[in-house]
Design a binder for this molecule. Structure first.
Ligand code: ATP
Ligand code: MG
Length: 574
């Protein structure tokens, strides 16, 4: 592609609403343009990257035996009513009516539509198993669309759905997708982890998220330093306390702690560490049930674990008035002694004795407290958030903490949709069986954005070669110079013939600004063609990921570059 004939509107200024680096760089590199909140144009350069991701995804899905189709973006409400999600989905589902007043939505995901296809076409176990996928535009009316393609409202997703006669079959289908996803993200040249994820309200099933590691990721994950255990902190299990609590040695005493509300303040005042304190959180569920949760002073509550244990959707910290009514004291002084509500304790507390906690009286705490002796707990439950340094739940290793961007999700659905929508087949005995499903998503745009979050420097993008919009940029220092233009064009043609994707920067601009643009665009190999080099029979080669320059003899340039590009593209997915 010749730059002068291309459509590449780069920006000097970063758009004001671009908070994260991938959004800033995609906008500045002329890859995307905002049309409305969470809705973007994919400009030509951006589309090239999107297609790169799509091609890798498509090749690996096909390789894993999945079959591509395309379902409509517009979904009739009727199907969503059959699954029950028309009522459940809330405002993320964009709904509208046609001229006959019939209700529709734009699909945020396609379980209903695909289940309807299968229900209407498959009747025997002999037709199973199979996996249907599409690469398609979704719409979710996200409450806070932001970060460019990372969390759009309109976005491109690869979604796949597997159908099996039984659970064992569904597990095999799941494993195939899990392996395909590993290959996909390896081939994209990304550093990632497959982590165990919370499967939420569906329950009984399991799921993994594929996380691209990046400081800026929205998700916190942990992985073991010696086995392959890795999980989203939402899900990461923790072990029971290492040993049972020593027998109480101290008497329970009330101590004045004037105006001290935080654990740190109280601990410092009592000349203790937060590890010898217990904090009491008062929470209230959507059914207005009040629960007290006890945690070691330095630990954090994992709300998802609590919701799962309580079987509720949303337990949140109770307001001041509720706390006062329950404990007789303002927040900051709550403790379990004498409470009339349910009291749950994190597993870690099983190993603690003689600790400090709130006295349910303003400006007072208790010391020398012991469970069993001074108060009772209903159960010891794994309720806290995992953090770096915790013991691995599977082996003797320690957990490390990372931040990640969820680019893919594999999910064993079970029979949730097939049961609600009556998707059944006859088995070998002629018995009717409900299909067992799995669903598998990859955010195409989010993957491209995550690649930038992981691979950039202060000057721009550093594309992993497999995702780069072009592999080589040829910068003509002075395109008005006949010799420079001819030499540059010759190399350009030779590389194109080898199937290399090349951008020929033939603009009549200062070399400095061309170099700046080349760095911004992040093309892995830059060849500079200038008068001085030509006199010595050379081009200059610089890789985007290195500051070193080398000379490329003109005669060998195309062959050597081709070899280097192919090596960079050959990521081993095994
Ligand atoms: P998140 O928790 O980030 O909202 P999700 O759990 O809702 O994601 P899924 O329903 O599992 O996402 O969708 C499959 C994939 O689609 C995700 O792994 C992600 O890569 C992508 N995706 C989801 N929502 C968006 C969005 N708003 N913009 C871009 N990509 C998205
Ligand atoms: Mg979401």
């Amino acid at each position: 592609m010749r730059y002068t004939q291309y459509f590449l509107p780069t920006l000097k200024e970063t758009p004001g609403d671009a908070e994260v680096v991938s959004h800033q760089l995609m906008a500045r590199a002329g890859m995307i343009r905002k049309v409305a909140a969470g809705v973007y144009d994919y400009l030509p350069l951006g589309l090239r990257v999107i297609r790169k991701v799509e091609n890798i995804v498509r090749e690996e899905m096909n390789r894993a035996g999945a079959i591509e189709l395309l379902m409509p973006a517009v979904n009739p409400a009727d199907l969503w009513q059959q699954s029950g999600r028309w009522q459940q989905y809330g405002k993320e589902l964009l709904r509208f009516k046609d001229r006959k007043d019939t209700e529709f939505c734009i699909g945020p995901t396609h379980e209903e539509v695909v289940t309807e296809i299968v229900r209407g076409t498959v009747s025997s176990y002999r037709q199973l198993p199979f996996n249907l996928y599409q690469i398609q535009t979704k719409f979710r009316d996200e409450i806070r669309p932001r970060f460019g393609l990372m969390r759009g409202r309109e976005f491109i997703m690869k979604d796949a759905y597997s159908f099996d006669i039984d659970d064992a079959g569904a597990d095999v289908s799941y494993q195939k997708m899990y392996q395909a996803y590993r290959r996909i993200f390896k081939r994209c040249g990304l550093e990632f982890r497959a982590v165990e994820a919370d499967s939420g309200a569906i329950g009984g099933s399991f799921s993994h998220e594929f996380m691209v590691l990046a400081e800026t990721g929205e998700d916190a994950i942990v992985s073991c330093d010696s086995c392959d255990y890795a999980a989203n902190v939402e899900k990461a299990e923790l072990r029971p306390a290492a040993s049972a609590a020593p027998a109480p040695a101290l008497p329970l005493e009330k101590v004045e702690t004037p105006n001290m509300k935080t654990i740190e303040d109280v601990a410092a005042f009592l000349k203790e560490t937060p590890q010898k304190m217990v904090k009491t959180l008062i929470l209230i569920t959507e059914q207005e049930e009040i629960v007290a949760v006890l945690l070691r002073g330095d630990h954090k509550l994992n709300e998802i674990k609590l919701n799962n244990f309580l079987g509720c959707d949303h337990a949140q910290l109770a307001d001041e008035e509720t706390v006062r009514k329950l404990t007789g004291a303002p927040t900051g002084f709550s403790g379990p002694i004498g409470l009339t509500c349910r009291v749950l304790a994190d597993l870690e507390l099983e190993g603690m004795s003689d600790f400090g906690l709130g006295a349910n009286e303003a400006n007072y705490h208790m010391t020398g407290a012991n469970h069993g002796r001074d108060f009772q707990v209903e159960a010891f439950v794994d309720l806290r958030e995992a953090e770096a340094g915790d013991s691995c739940p599977r082996c003797e290793g320690k957990l490390e903490a990372w931040r990640g961007i969820e680019v893919g999700h594999v999910f064993k659905l079970g029979t949730k949709y097939s049961e609600a929508m009556q998707a059944t087949v006859l088995d070998a005995q002629g018995q009717e069986r409900v299909l067992v499903m799995g669903c598998y998503g990859i955010g195409i745009g989010r993957t491209a954005a995550a690649a930038i979050e992981q691979n950039h420097d202060e000057n721009g993008i550093l594309w992993p070669a497999p995702l780069a919009p072009f592999q080589v940029i040829i910068t003509l220092l002075n395109p008005k110079d006949e010799a420079v233009l001819k030499a540059g064009e010759a190399l350009y043609e030779e590389l194109l013939e080898q199937g290399i994707e090349v951008l020929l920067d033939d603009r009549d601009e200062r070399p400095g600004s061309k170099f700046k643009d080349a760095e911004l665009l992040g093309i892995p190999f830059r060849v500079t063609v200038g008068n001085r080099g030509l006199k010595e029979g050379c081009y200059e080669l610089q890789e985007r990921c290195s500051s070193e320059k080398s000379m490329l003899p003109m005669g060998e340039a195309a062959a050597r570059l081709t070899e280097q590009v192919r090596a960079a593209l050959a990521t081993d997915p095994a």
